[in-house]
Write a protein that binds this ligand. Structure first.
Ligand code: ADP
Ligand code: MG
Length: 476
């Protein structure tokens, strides 16, 4: 290769780097080599099939544009896998479905393999991907609707009843709630109901499974097939979104999400917090998540807890006909086990086990003894940054947008500092996150505010009272 070609290649890489940013560049392009330039085609190579399909799927245009900026006559860019790597690929452990049938040309001409990469055997990868296991008990039939989950339930039903080709009403549907409040139950119900017609394909994945599937696909170099499989489904359900971590995974998630939503497919997501609080998530993903319908499921009210208990007893009676829990016991359990649905389920399981093993009927006394450790003191309320901003703004008679603004007048600066201080002490949010939520401020600004108020509270009794009163209002 001539020096001139090498120089040109360096400039193209430079353009690419500044166009996609350093991170993306080093993830995807650092190991890309120039093989040859012939007439109007450029031939590049990368060490793995995965890199090749990723670049072709997401950056083909970009690469071409960068070449054309240096060489306007270039009209096509071919990417191939460097032979040495392909031989070394671990084909034995994982029979890769996209194994090339013949080697790719290294002469600058595209081989047939190159043009056919998009036709990956979807079924094979789908098998490799697989959904997360479903619990047959978690259906709409056993889901009890109450005040705290009416909206989430209605939205989930709507999604489950949609038909292929229907226009999608809210996308993604994002459900968030604390632990044990029924997220997984609702998501699996959607999956069961959606798949029962066999007309639509609904795939339920935990975020961990999504990551595992992705990482596994990376290793066996079938990422393209993996993506094709995902795109072949009508509804993608992702549980425990808060566990989705890692830059590459998130990039892939973002692409998948966009591809599905743009194609009119439904996406349903559950997490333990709202999109704005998914701190490790990329801003773009976060805003995409917030762009559909975001529904919170609140804590289970007593009525709902009673309903859940009854439904659990009914389910147990299907297998243990003699099992019965008298109404006063159910009332007692519903009143005292306030924490979450998992403990309610646990309580019924214990009563069942106890009455079976000892062949005795369930009594109030026995219930009190059996579930003692499930009765927990009320958890402190989950305080949100928005609540802090609202309450502080009200107390100091400024607006919430004043707090987020860049205004630096004393009547705004102090309340803003107090609000940041409360955000740091009453939530688990990090300094950068708090800064972001206060109009995009730097974390050092937040730190300064926290220290300042900490110091003042020690000296200024009036301020101390104000802060105490704010805390009380927030914890009510
Ligand atoms: P999460 O995924 O939100 O942590 P789960 O969906 O796993 O919670 O629910 C925990 C337990 O509580 C499960 O046994 C579930 O069936 C039960 N549960 C929660 N909410 C309801 C509900 N509305 N109706 C019936 N069971 C519920
Ligand atoms: Mg769950």
């Amino acid at each position: 290769m001539s020096n001139m070609e090498q120089d040109r290649w360096s400039r193209v890489k430079g353009r690419l780097r500044s166009s996609v940013g350093e991170d993306v560049y080093s993830s995807w392009f650092a190991r890309m080599d120039l093989e040859s330039v012939q007439d109007e085609s450029v031939h590049l190579s990368v060490p793995t099939r995965f890199l090749k399909s990723w670049i072709q799927a997401h950056y083909a245009e970009r690469v071409l544009t960068c070449w054309q900026a240096e060489m306007p006559e270039v009209h096509r860019v071919d990417v191939t896998v460097r032979t040495a790597m392909r031989v070394a690929a671990p084909a034995k452990e994982a029979p890769a479905p996209v194994e090339p049938r013949r080697s790719e040309g290294r002469d600058g001409r595209p081989s047939s393999e190159l043009r056919n990469t998009a036709i990956a055997p979807v079924s094979a990868s789908h098998e490799a991907l697989g959904g997360s296991p479903l619990d047959p008990r978690l259906t709409f039939g056993s889901f009890v609707v109450g005040r705290s989950n009416t909206l989430a339930h209605a939205a989930a039903r709507q999604v489950a009843e949609g038909r292929r080709g229907d226009s999608v009403m809210f996308n993604p549907l994002y459900i968030h709630a604390g632990v044990g409040l029924g997220k997984t139950h609702l998501l699996q119900a959607v999956t069961w109901a959606g798949n029962s017609g066999a007309e639509r394909k609904v795939l339920y994945l935990t975020a961990e499974k999504f990551m595992y599937g992705f990482v596994a696909a990376l290793k066996t170099q079938t990422a393209l097939a993996f993506k094709e499989a995902l795109r072949g489904i009508d509804v993608l359900v992702i549980d425990d979104m808060q566990f989705l971590q890692g830059k590459t995974t998130q990039a892939e998630f973002c692409h998948t999400l966009n591809a599905l939503i743009d194609a009119g497919r439904q996406v349903v997501i559950a997490a333990d917090r709202p999109p704005s609080d998914l701190e490790s998530l990329d801003e773009r993903v976060r805003s995409r998540l917030a762009g559909g319908l975001v529904v919170e499921m609140g804590s289970l009210g007593e009525e709902l807890r009673l309903g859940i208990l009854k439904s659990r007893v009914a389910a147990a009676r299907a297998h243990h006909a003699t099992f019965d829990v008298p109404a006063p016991v159910l009332d007692y359990l519903a009143r005292t086990i306030t924490h979450n649905g998992r403990d309610l389920e646990g309580a019924i399981n214990r009563l069942l086990a106890h009455s079976k093993l000892n062949a005795t009927p369930v009594t109030l006394e026995m219930a009190e003894r059996e579930v003692r450790d499930l009765i927990r003191p009320m958890e402190p309320k989950r305080i949100k940054i928005e609540d802090i901003q609202r309450v502080v703004a009200r107390q100091y008679n400024v607006s919430r947008s004043d707090l987020l603004s860049s205004r630096r007048t004393a009547n705004v600066v102090r309340p803003r500092q107090v609000a940041m201080y409360l955000a740091k002490t009453l939530t688990l949010r990090s300094l950068p996150e708090i800064g972001r939520r206060f109009g995009g401020r730097d974390h050092t600004t937040v730190l300064h505010a926290v220290r300042k108020i900490e110091a003042l509270v020690g000296k200024d009794v009036a301020l101390q009272d104000e802060v105490e009163s704010l805390k009380r209002q927030l914890q009510e």
